[in-house]
Write a protein that binds this ligand. Structure first.
Ligand code: FAD
Length: 436
């Protein structure tokens, strides 16, 4: 174990000074470390890539990294991959591709670790595509008792069923088994459309591609609509590189410059956003699935995202638009709208319901709270469930009634972490206290 300095997340809106840090090389070492911490009454917390906007991975106890754990990867005859939980989604996608396999869906980025992404129910977009956690077919868990348990549909079933979205509260996940699909290419088509037209024909929009999403730029009537269709066409290498350069330039460099300009000259907001809208031209390209799903993100921001019942989306998006347009200090970041399929995982944000997603962002350093609170109060009306890794203002009292399987999760938590070894301030707030 080492002495620790300050740990911060990607957005630099959360930090902590852990008492110590550790990067075990075997699951045995990790289990010993957890057992000893529990005996002393100390707390431990695993951190992935630090890409949560909440303090989910922050601790004043021992901060654990899986960076030194084995990275071997096996794919079985059914296409299930078993891999170290600290591997990034990017590395996993590359290594799967070498074996002719892929994850069926990804979010906007792929730098998260497999454990970090799945513990917070990270999702992409797709009317019939559930989140990443729903791909899990088994995992190895170091519990608060210091035991190492394999959990799947036959073994430790209850822990498996709820633990695929565990918020890091049930233990440290060391290995994960995920269902994969044969590698596939995507035809990405981006168009600029009227937001109202898309919302008027919402059902058709959600099924207009395997993966459909939109970005509405406040102040404009238009939205950038992204549709990714599966295709048998092969990627064009030159087109791929050109698209990546454009993505980096427009989505990061130009966008970053625009955000800075708006902060410095707020009265020029409309002109700057108009320029950005002109840069956001329609595009059309073919790429490997993981290259199309994920993009580099260099402009730092903070984000809140809510899942609500999918059919409520047209009304909710319009209400959010009205609130955004009435703010004294309107945001310059686009509002992202996505969809995903229901699953059966107790604390998954899409548990039991096909979901629509509304994500709001604010440039790092700007006061996000009035904006995020105003949007949150609208989404409360739809029994909104906040993304566990993104900012929100809920507590266990306001959340429990939104998850029919809340008590089932709490029972598993009490069994695998009876002394609250994996608790931290965030979990105390959103899940309540466990143990002493
Ligand atoms: C730029 C950006 C883009 C994003 N895009 C999307 C998106 O498209 N879709 C989406 O749904 N989300 C998105 N997110 C949110 C992100 O996917 C989640 O916050 C995710 O949890 C981050 O993974 P991580 O590896 O950084 O985990 P961390 O943030 O480090 O940790 C997240 C949680 O997992 C726990 N954890 C980490 N490792 C383990 C382990 N081995 N065992 C048990 N618990 C563990 C931590 O303790 C913590 O509770 C985005 C975030 C950013 C910053």
């Amino acid at each position: 174990m080492g002495r620790a300095g300050t740990t911060t997340n990607w957005a630099k809106n959360q930090s902590c000074v852990p008492a110590s840090t550790a990067a075990p090389t075997t699951v045995g070492q990790l289990a010993d470390l957890v057992r000893q911490a529990t005996e002393r009454g100390d707390r431990v917390k695993a951190i992935g890539a630090g890409h949560s906007f909440t303090a989910a991975a922050m601790t004043t106890g021992t901060l654990i990294s899986l960076d030194n754990m084995p990275t071997d990867l096996q794919v079985d005859a059914q296409g299930r991959v078993r891999v170290g939980a600290g591997m990034t989604l990017h590395a996993l996608s590359q290594r799967l591709h070498d074996r002719g396999r892929a994850l069926p869906n990804l979010g906007d980025i792929d730098v998260q670790t497999i454990a970090g992404a799945t513990q917070t129910a990270t999702h992409g977009t797709g009317r019939h595509k559930p989140n990443l956690s729903a791909q899990i077919t088994g995992f190895e868990l170091v519990t608060g008792r210091g035991e190492v348990r394999w959990c799947d549909a036959e073994t430790n079933t209850e822990v498996f069923v709820v633990g695929r979205v565990g918020l890091g509260a049930l233990g440290i996940v060391t290995r994960v088994e995920l269902a994969t699909v044969p590698s596939f290419n995507l035809h990405a088509v981006e168009t600029v459309e009227l937001l109202d037209d898309v919302l008027d024909d919402w059902e058709s929009f959600t099924t207009s591609a395997e993966h459909a999403e939109l970005f509405w730029l406040p102040g404009s009537r238009k939205a950038l609509v992204k549709r990714n269709h599966r295709t048998t066409r092969e990627p064009d290498r030159f087109e791929q590189q050109k698209a990546l350069v454009e993505k980096i330039l427009v989505e990061n460099v130009a966008f970053g410059a625009a955000m800075k300009a708006i902060r410095r000259f707020p009265s020029r907001r409309t002109q700057v956003l108009g320029l950005m809208a002109n840069l956001t031209q329609s595009t059309d390209r073919v790429g490997r699935s993981h290259d199309v799903f994920a993009s580099p993100r260099h402009v730092r921001f903070v984000e809140m995202e809510y899942g609500i019942p999918i059919d409520a989306m047209p009304e909710a998006v319009r209400r959010v638009r009205d609130v955004v347009e009435s703010l004294d200090d309107p945001p310059s970041f686009p509002i992202e709208v996505r969809v995903s399929a229901a699953d059966d995982i107790a604390l998954s944000t899409a548990e039991g319901r096909d979901s629509g997603w509304i994500a709001v962002h604010r440039y790092r350093g700007a006061d996000h709270e009035p904006y995020f609170r105003a949007v949150e109060s609208i989404l409360d009306d739809y029994d909104g469930r906040p993304h566990w890794g993104k900012l929100h203002f809920q507590t266990c009292e306001t959340l429990a009634g939104r998850y029919p399987q809340w008590d089932r999760f709490a029972a598993v938590r009490a069994e695998v972490d009876p002394h609250g070894t994996f608790a931290n301030a965030y979990l105390d707030r959103v899940l309540g206290h466990v143990g002493v």
